[in-house]
Write a protein that binds this ligand. Structure first.
Ligand SMILES: [Fe+2]
Length: 265
């Protein structure tokens, strides 16, 4: 069995936005909760939007906060990140041959494939808020799936490659989802897909592949299916995901850790 913890959309900021949740404290509480109640997990995946502005001081803040982590941590990028600033702060994070923040983590019974869907450089907004997997990144994914032909794989990517029902976020999903699905449908070993970006707990299937999307640690997407404003958010409690993989099943839990009723002290 594998047990994976998923944090997403931590939006760390050296100068937190006025009136918004304080990301450093929220992440600290989340990591403490994991250390107390889920210390037996294999690792923690951070599914992108590590920072809000993609700036060096905010990556430095994240780096210092992650010293609290008691499990192996694997970092991914989202649309609010900056690949060059990230690499300057985290030079040891694995990259693929093109310099994209993509890596494979092989557990005994499962391959985790972490993709880099950041659409840049150039970082030109709002276009760069959508995600993209260029030909090189898709070819890398294809190779990782081929190499693990007899092993189940779980793919992690910040941007969902399909609509999730929120028009504002559907406008900035992965731009080339059809190419992504064409790639994975050449293989039979993709077991599950995990995304961030939407700041909301969502699950379902698309083109037959089960997916899970998790809430942010700082601000959630209001449950309104008509808004075209991707910046709206409410202050529902922060959450992280807990995913169990066995040969027979995938179990996906969400822990709203600020209201868990479990004392970390
Ligand atoms: Fe985000």
């Amino acid at each position: 069995m594998s047990k994976i913890i998923v944090f997403t959309d931590t939006h760390m900021a050296i100068n937190p936005r006025k009136g918004r949740p304080e990301p450093n404290a929220r992440l600290a509480a989340g990591l403490k909760h994991v250390a107390t109640f889920n210390a037996d997990a294999d690792c923690i995946i951070f599914c992108g939007d590590l920072t809000h502005e993609g700036d060096a001081p905010s990556y430095g803040l994240l780096q210092s906060r992650l010293q609290d982590a008691t499990l192996p941590v694997h970092l991914m990028l989202g649309n609010h990140d900056n690949r060059e600033a990230f690499r300057a702060t985290f030079p040891d994070v694995p990259v693929d041959e093109g310099g994209f923040i993509q890596q494979v983590i092989d557990l005994p019974d499962l391959r985790l494939i972490l993709l880099d869907t950041l659409f840049g450089p150039p970082y030109e907004y709002p276009a760069s808020h959508a995600g993209y997997l260029c030909e090189a990144r898709l070819a890398w994914l294809d190779r990782q799936l081929t190499q693990a032909a007899n092993k189940p794989c779980c793919i992690f990517m910040h941007h969902p490659p399909h609509d999730t029902g929120f028009p504002a976020m559907d406008q900035i999903k992965l731009r080339n989802g059809d190419e992504f699905y064409a790639c994975i449908e050449r293989h039979s070993n993709v077991k599950h897909l995990i995304c961030g970006h939407v700041h909301r707990t969502i699950s379902g299937t698309h083109r037959g592949l089960p997916f899970s999307v998790f809430k942010s640690t700082v601000g959630q997407m209001p449950m309104q299916f008509t808004s075209l404003d991707s910046t709206v958010e409410n202050d529902e409690p922060a959450a992280y995901g807990i995913v169990f993989f066995t040969p027979e099943s995938t179990l996906v839990h969400t822990e709203d850790y600020e209201i868990s009723g479990l004392e970390t002290d």
